[in-house]
Ligand binder design. Structure first.
Ligand SMILES: Cc1cc2nc3c(=O)[nH]c(=O)nc-3n(C[C@H](O)[C@H](O)[C@H](O)COP(=O)(O)OP(=O)(O)OC[C@H]3O[C@@H](n4cnc5c(N)ncnc54)[C@H](O)[C@@H]3O)c2cc1C
Length: 329
């Protein structure tokens, strides 16, 4: 194990982690950024969730839009320019019980392990959308399949979109999408909903929303590289029913079955909300452990946008810098 103790380590290289890196590096804190990503997964990548999308049209400063991976490459270059050191791999164990903190990093590419020690830690590990787990789902991400209505709704003006899910966020996404789409079909595997009654009523009162209840999506049919149709199978009372639902041309499927915050690695060392998101305190990025700061989707289950994550990364770097100064580090 190296004796080196970094002033600041950042977990995650999405908009939050890389913005924290830019600010910490410019404050001469020589941050180390543990990039994340898992070679076994197609959705957990260095660069974070925007690596899974094509056009990003709502990030300020890019009036013509920019491809998600290109935007993240620019973030990374800016962090590198001011001296951020990058470590490949993901943190698989974290000891926050004493300072300096110790992180065990697994490089999934080379299957090697190393340790990173730090006085201050910025957690920017994001939240992963839950997927249906169907064979063609991952290759169709950004090609008709998406997980974010706020981000991608405007691409589906006057098109047919399908929302799968039965919780509040599925109802919210469906209602939001009625602003753009000519028809929104909600597919849900039951007849009853986890969503609150008021949200379901609001959705049911909207004439643009149609329903496919007691139905599960069992297959996705691409037309070339783009989603064209989905195959539905009956569940519960309707078992055995089968139907094909046309989505294309240029329609979309919004998977709205929830998100998992990537906080598991901390076990019970950090205070979490019931839904697994990290708790932060007093309008800062401070967590329940002194010297540990959280930024981006890992604590924000409300906005979940690149710009809010970047803003939170900035706050975390400034909070860490001030805290280090108070500690005389
Ligand atoms: C398909 C799609 C399209 C989107 N489109 C838009 C859009 O157009 N506009 C917009 O504003 N937002 C969009 N979003 C939302 C936006 O991507 C997220 O809000 C934003 O990326 C959150 O940033 P973050 O840095 O908090 O987390 P993430 O981007 O999720 O990054 C988290 C990082 O942490 C890493 N990590 C996870 N666990 C560990 C660990 N144990 N150790 C080390 N690293 C770890 C991950 O590998 C990843 O690099 C989209 C999201 C998706 C999924």
């Amino acid at each position: 194990m190296s004796d080196e103790v970094h002033k600041v380590a950042i977990m995650g290289s999405g908009p939050a982690g890389l913005t924290a890196a830019i600010y910490a590096a410019r404050a001469n804190l020589s941050p180390v950024c543990i990039e994340g990503g898992d070679i076994a997964s197609k959705t957990d990548l260095p660069g974070g969730q925007l690596m899974l999308t094509t056009e990003v049209e709502n990030f300020p400063g890019f009036p013509e839009g920019i491809l998600g991976p290109e935007l993240m490459e620019r973030f990374r270059k800016q962090a590198e320019r001011f001296g951020t050191q990058f470590v490949q791999g993901r943190v698989v164990e974290a000891d926050l019980s004493k300072r300096p903190f110790t992180l065990e990093v697994h490089n999934t590419l080379e299957d090697t392990r190393s340790q990173v020690r730090c006085h201050a830690l910025i957690v920017a590990t994001g939240a992963s959308a839950k997927y249906l787990g169907l064979p063609k789902e991952q290759e169709l991400l950004g090609k008709g399949v998406t997980t974010c209505a706020t981000c991608d709704g405007a691409f589906f003006r006057n098109k047919h979109v399908v929302v799968v899910g039965g919780g509040d966020s599925a109802m919210e996404e469906a209602l939001f999408l009625t602003r753009y789409a000519h028809t929104v079909t909600v597919v849900h595997r039951r007849e009853t909903f986890r969503a609150s009654k008021i949200m379901v009523e609001r959705a049911k009162d909207n004439p643009k929303i149609q329903w496919k209840l007691n139905r599960a999506i069992v297959d996705m049919e691409p037309d070339g590289r783009y989603l064209k149709a989905i195959e539905l199978a009956g569940t519960e009372a309707d078992q055995g029913a089968r139907e094909r639902l046309e989505i294309g041309p240029d329609g979309g499927l919004f998977v709205a079955i929830g998100h998992s915050p990537n906080s598991v690695v901390f076990g019970d060392q950090l205070a979490l909300h019931d839904n697994g998101y990290i708790k932060i305190f007093d309008g800062t990025s401070r967590t329940s452990v002194e010297g540990v700061f959280a930024s981006g989707d890992i604590h924000d289950h409300v906005y979940r946008q690149a710009i809010t994550a970047a803003g939170a990364g900035c706050k975390a770097a400034i909070d860490a810098e001030r805290w280090l100064e108070q500690q005389g580090l």
